[in-house]
Design a protein around this ligand. Structure first.
Ligand code: S3P
Length: 171
């Protein structure tokens, strides 16, 4: 399938890049977090609090399976934890070209420090949590990706230009 898929840690810019890319490429964009919230009629924080993280992870896998049975060429930005499951990584590959938006712990902290919607970062020491989670996840993201885009210090326009080159086959 020919979708463009954006993966990466929370705050790496997937949602914004997805939206802007959809204007540039004139393709619809889908955000797995938002779709799951719509289906469940509640926020991710509520899902984590009531039913636990595993429940949300199962919803992510179910949503990906559904996407892989549908047609259309889209941009799909996925929640930061979704590529951790092997089955999900396989499904992502089947869905299209996977881009890892790779950001440092410092870049991420600057972007998410005022955010209250991400349950995994609501503890006492979000900086340390980001560092340790990123260290655990980086290899998974790299394994899931066809292309890694270093986003540190880059404008959205630069990031979009890089992705577009690969989508057009010139990268
Ligand atoms: C998560 C990332 C979030 C969301 C949930 C869990 C994660 O998505 O799916 O809070 O485990 O990294 P974003 O990456 O879009 O913030």
């Amino acid at each position: 399938m020919n979708n463009v898929i954006l993966i990466g840690f929370m705050g790496s810019g997937k949602t914004t890049v997805g939206l802007r890319l959809s204007y540039r490429l004139r393709r619809a964009v889908i955000d797995t977090d938002k779709e799951i919230e719509k289906e469940e009629k509640r926020t991710i924080s509520e899902m984590f609090a009531r039913d636990g993280e595993e429940y949300f992870r199962d919803r992510e896998t179910a949503f990906l399976r559904k996407l892989s049975e549908s047609t259309g060429i889209r941009i799909i930005s996925v929640g930061g934890g979704l590529p951790l499951r092997e089955e999900n990584r396989k499904l992502l590959h089947e869905l299209g070209q996977v881009f890892y938006l790779k950001a440092s712990a410092e870049t991420i902290y600057e972007r998410v420090k005022h955010d209250t919607t991400r349950p995994l970062l609501q503890g006492d020491n979000p900086q340390e949590k980001i560092r340790s989670l990123l260290a655990l996840r980086d290899s998974c993201y790299a394994e899931a990706a066809d292309v890694t885009i270093d986003v540190n210090g880059k404008s959205f326009e630069q990031i979009l230009d890089e992705i577009e080159q690969y989508v057009n086959g010139a990268g």
